[in-house]
Design a protein around this ligand. Structure first.
Ligand SMILES: Nc1ncnc2c1ncn2[C@@H]1O[C@H](COP(=O)(O)OP(=O)(O)O)[C@@H](O)[C@H]1O
Ligand SMILES: [Mg+2]
Length: 329
């Protein structure tokens, strides 16, 4: 079983990439085999995990030429975390795909082939609702929406929700909105609290974990390390560990991901984990069994989504039987 999750919001600068990379590293630290797919030609996720843009072929070739992605997946220095780096050519994919048949399913085909190698695949979407994001939404099982705690936070979310509904109706009936993540929360301001209250009232499936505004989170990418390695005891790292544990609990409540392995898988392992990572793993022995499971999450999926999810499901990947059951419940 593998869960593919797109991190999407057509607004730029809301924390998609930071959340993709930090969450992925937090999940990998819990022993899961995680792949980050950098679907943004800006390559921020690629550099944030210390990888470089890949000239050898990758997502672009998979989308445009239907080449398999197996050789494009790269290990990172973090145990259990792999990256599918973006390619410089990806920027042209949106245009080149326009005239292609079944162009919305190219990423799905490519990523489905990688499912057996990973427990979770997180797709970092570009800041638009173009073909790359639509491909990601068609390829994934779930979507997480990072929302920045700022004045116009909700602006654009109705457009995004509408796009997700269109994808559910036409391309991917199984697509579930896993939740909204509040990012760049500033506890000193009333604005952050007001935005949090408003977002929670519109999106009951907003994660409990809230990501604080933190200089360390902004600094981490320039060191090519996720926050969980760069500064594992910082408030930002702790928030992303909390988010990861919340996600793991929700997915495990439906048997969508396996129990943690005693030893992290060798998948995507280039070298031993850093001392800092070992320290944080040792200091946070959160057995998954002790993480409270959330029973409310199916109930909090928007009604439109649940309606869609009970309809016949034509695009079912071979390994997602359990997910189909639970998501359709
Ligand atoms: N919680 C945070 N605190 C401080 N800075 C942040 C935080 N999250 C993201 N940033 C910074 O804000 C900018 C935009 O974040 P990013 O994750 O790249 O957004 P997106 O991928 O949605 O465009 C980046 O410079 C990033 O380092
Ligand atoms: Mg980004």
């Amino acid at each position: 079983m593998t869960v593919v999750i797109a991190l999407a919001n057509q607004k730029g600068g809301v924390g998609k990439t930071t959340t993709t990379v930090s969450l992925a590293a937090a999940l990998a630290a819990r022993g899961l085999r995680v792949l980050v797919v950098d679907a943004d030609p800006q390559a921020n996720a690629t550099s944030a995990v210390g990888a470089t843009k890949d000239d050898e072929g990758g997502l672009y070739e998979a989308l445009v030429d239907e080449r398999p992605l197996d050789d494009a997946v790269r290990a990172t220095n973090i145990d259990g975390l792999s990256i599918l780096p973006t390619t410089p050519a990806l920027a042209g994919a949106e245009v080149e795909l326009v005239s292609v048949m079944a162009r919305e399913f190219r990423m799905k085909r490519a990523l489905d082939a990688l499912r057996p190698r990973f427990d979770l695949i997180l797709v970092d979407c570009p800041p638009s609702l173009g073909l790359l994001t639509v491909n990601a939404l068609a390829a994934c099982d779930e979507v997480i929406i990072p929302v920045q705690c700022e004045y116009f936070a909700l602006e654009g979310l109705s457009h995004l929700s509408h796009t997700i509904e269109l994808v559910q109706r036409n391309l991917n009936p199984r697509l579930v909105i896993r939740g909204v993540v509040l990012t760049m929360f500033d506890a000193r301001t009333n604005l952050s609290r007001e935005v949090e209250a408003e977002v929670r009232s519109h999106f009951p499936n907003t994660f409990d974990a809230v990501i604080p505004r933190s200089v360390r989170l902004a600094e981490a990418p320039s060191h090519g390390e996720p926050i969980t390695v760069f500064d594992p005891t910082s408030t930002g790292a702790r928030a992303y560990f909390d988010l990861g544990d919340e996600l793991i609990a929700a997915l495990r409540a439906h048997d969508l991901i396996p129990a943690p392995r005693p030893e992290a898988s060798s998948e995507g392992t280039a070298s031993a984990p850093s001392t800092a990572l070992r320290a944080v793993v040792a200091s946070t022995p959160t057995a998954l069994a002790t993480v409270p499971t959330t029973s409310h999450e199916v109930a909090t999926i928007p009604q439109t989504t649940r309606d869609v999810m009970t309809q016949p499901q034509p695009h079912t990947p071979s390994d997602s039987g359990a997910q189909e059951q639970t998501h359709g419940a």
